[in-house]
Write a protein that binds this ligand. Structure first.
Ligand code: DAH
Length: 342
């Protein structure tokens, strides 16, 4: 057989074999048969020396084609089967990556802790709707008809075809009203929930946040009960040696009204970043439930009295964690909130 015939036959063989390569091992066997020094192609190169001069260009060209074909078949097979052989080379003794357990969001954790303390003090938990009407959010709470809180700049009104008094509640005080309308005193309730305000989003405020409302109605409840309850709660929640100051304030639904400050639990009143160097942290708004509110909710103010309080949960979380941009609590970056997994 002439070299030319031999090369033509080799090309057919290589072409046939290319269809049977099905693994990295097959590709390697192919290479060892054809592409090494002792392989079929090199054998033809050696025979080319004894070919008459005038035939050399033609047979040389054929030889190059066969070699290029064999090389490209091999390269393709390696690319195809390399990934599979890499899997085989996996070190199964390596330690795994592990699955990290999920955890409650810091806001949920804080609400749960707050609720737990009040529950242990005898408070029930109540909830109300996020979508409210003007009456429960404002009117029964003794807001005057022209009170600026109703302004569209502050409150999100809901586009409800036949009514113009539907809104997203601006505080959990609306749930106080529902509780008083539905229950007879004595009432001891806390009411956690989401609230909404038409605020520009910034490091200090969001248009949506959480509050916890408290309400205690019975015969003979006084400001002393309000002070005792809030102080007992805050000493358990923040710092058992905390000191307090009750500053006068105004809310339409309480009379008298106050805001409660507690000595900073971090610096013990010395002044630090968390208390803005004042030594004091504001913890809630509170007051004695206004007789107009009791009356509007069907409770006789001559027989019963009570106190109420309300605070923002995000502020509590920020004080406890040192997070100073409220938006971080809503971006759900696990690098931030994962730090507070219990
Ligand atoms: N509703 C008030 C607010 O959103 C918080 C508040 C203050 C609630 C005094 C109360 C209270 O029950 O007595 O700012």
């Amino acid at each position: 057989m002439s070299l030319q015939e031999e090369l033509q036959q080799l090309r057919r063989t290589i072409d046939d074999e290319s269809r049977t390569i099905a693994s990295a091992q097959d590709a390697e066997a192919f290479r060892l048969r054809h592409l090494v020094k002792k392989g079929t192609i090199q054998a033809c190169v050696e025979q080319l020396r004894s070919v008459p001069k005038e035939q050399k260009p033609q047979i040389g060209k054929l030889l190059n084609e066969v070699r290029t074909l064999a090389e490209s078949i091999h390269a393709n097979a390696v690319a195809t089967y390399a990934a599979a052989s890499a899997v085989k080379a996996m070190d199964v003794t390596l330690a795994g990556r592990g699955v990290r357990p999920g955890a409650m969001h810091p806001i949920t954790q804080t609400v749960d802790r707050l609720v737990g303390i009040f529950a242990s003090m005898g408070f029930d938990v109540a909830e109300g709707p996020d979508i409210e009407d003007d009456a429960h959010n404002f009117e029964y709470l003794n807001f005057a008809p022209d009170h600026p809180a109703r302004d569209m700049q502050d409150t999100f009104f809901v586009d409800a075809s036949e009514r113009s008094d539907i809104l997203l509640r601006t505080h959990t005080s609306s749930v106080q009203v529902r509780v008083m309308q539905q229950m007879k005193p004595p009432i001891r309730c806390i009411m956690p929930g989401r609230v909404y305000r038409n605020e520009a989003v910034s490091a200090r405020s969001l248009a949506e946040f959480h509050q916890i409302e408290g309400l205690y109605i019975d015969k003979g409840v006084s400001m002393a009960d309000l002070k005792g309850t809030i102080m007992a709660f805050a000493r358990r929640f923040y710092d058992e040696n905390a000191e307090f100051r009750f500053r006068t304030s105004f809310f339409p639904f309480t009379e008298p009204s106050c805001e409660v400050d507690m000595s900073c639990f971090l610096c013990k009143g010395q002044g630090c970043r968390i208390c803005k160097h004042s030594g004091w942290l504001e913890i809630c708004g509170a007051g004695m439930v206004h007789p107009n509110v009791l009356r509007a909710c069907g409770i006789d103010p001559d027989e019963y009295s009570g106190f109420a309080f309300g605070f923002g949960v995000e502020r509590v979380v920020m004080m406890l964690t040192g997070i100073d941009d409220i938006r971080m609590l809503y971006e759900n970056d696990v690098r931030i909130i994962g730090q507070f997994a219990p």
